[in-house]
Ligand binder design. Sequence first.
Ligand SMILES: [Mn+2]
Length: 421
Amino acid sequence: MRKELFVKNRKDFCEHMEDLSFAVFFSGEAPHKSTDQYYPYVANRNFYYLTGLPRPNYILVLGKNGTSTFEYLFIEEATDFSEKWLGHRLSKEEAANISGFDMKTIFFLDHFEFFIGNGILSDSRKNMTKVPHNLYLDLYRTQVRVKPVSLLKMDFILANYPEINVQNANPILDLQRMIKAVDEISEIDNAIKYTQAGLEAVWKQAHAGMNERELDALYEYASKAAGSNGVSFNTIAASGANATTLHYEENNCIINDGDLVLMDLGCLSGPYASDITRTFPISGQFSDRQKALYSLVLEVNKQCIAFVKPNIMMADLNAYARKLLAEGAKKLGVIENENDIDSVYYHSVSHYLGLDVHDVGTYQLPLKPGIVLTIEPGIYVAKERIGIRIEDNVLVTETGSRNLSQNIIKEVADIEKIMSH
Ligand SMILES: [Mn+2]
């Protein structure tokens, strides 16, 4: 990723802040697992979007005073201990090169509280924002009773400066992040390529009698060997009736001859995600019934991709997919009347994709060029032990859409061919 993008992202964010405001973003830290073990560190996505630095414990400060804006970055200082036990810590120069910061505006973490008190909130003539009225924070909440991390970390300010309004930075950033820059689209493209390599390895080696987790492991190995830095979510490798559970993650059953396997999986390229689903017969040949149901889902997948264009609403896309699936399912005798479609298709057809697998952004605005979304119709017939979903990653363009995952095969003949080993 080029640093110019992060510079632009910060500038755009500052433009949308109210005047006389400052914003503080934390890069986060890895959750504790046990004794001296931690879960893998995942950078706060807004922090990454604004700096390009997936580094724990960093802090970003942005501010606005009339027409002028300012930005400061606080990074971990390398010590003998951290270098020997934890690995390399970025120098100020390295952090500046990645993020596009002026090196003079990068400090070490131990300067942060002093800086907030004396550089920003002091009422002396030295302060940078005159009297700042607003503090913007990432207020993402996982549950109604969970306090956002940034609020916890700024407790010392909120307790002592009650005159400051807290504002949620997320609505501004959500709108920014919805529209992907060229560099972001090429990262998603890379993630899709790694996913393709992983799936092709699966298709070439899959056979009846394997355990689902072998396919999961094959996928992860081959996608990492192709260049991915990891899966973007826990791989779903679901055979037979397991595929009718949408978020089946056990991946621990023997795959029976004659069963379909649904694999919903993704990869990372840097922090950007792909999210692909393919369904295939473990024996390498679809039965007539499987082929009929598969062809319906494939047709709806293609129709929905063709339906995507600027100015349509997500609700229209969902209604379109539902109607096509209902008509097809009735014809195939899966349901008696079209209103029963909810019994065999029970999710939305799309979500945004980007730094997150289910990326931020409102679904209440018309689609715009630069949005990347999934198209993932499915049908789940438990009594026939069949779950089918076909998911692609699609970019909204000026005139319509471009299927970023068009090189990952999905035609019946192509899947049967690659599996004929
Ligand atoms: Mn998806």
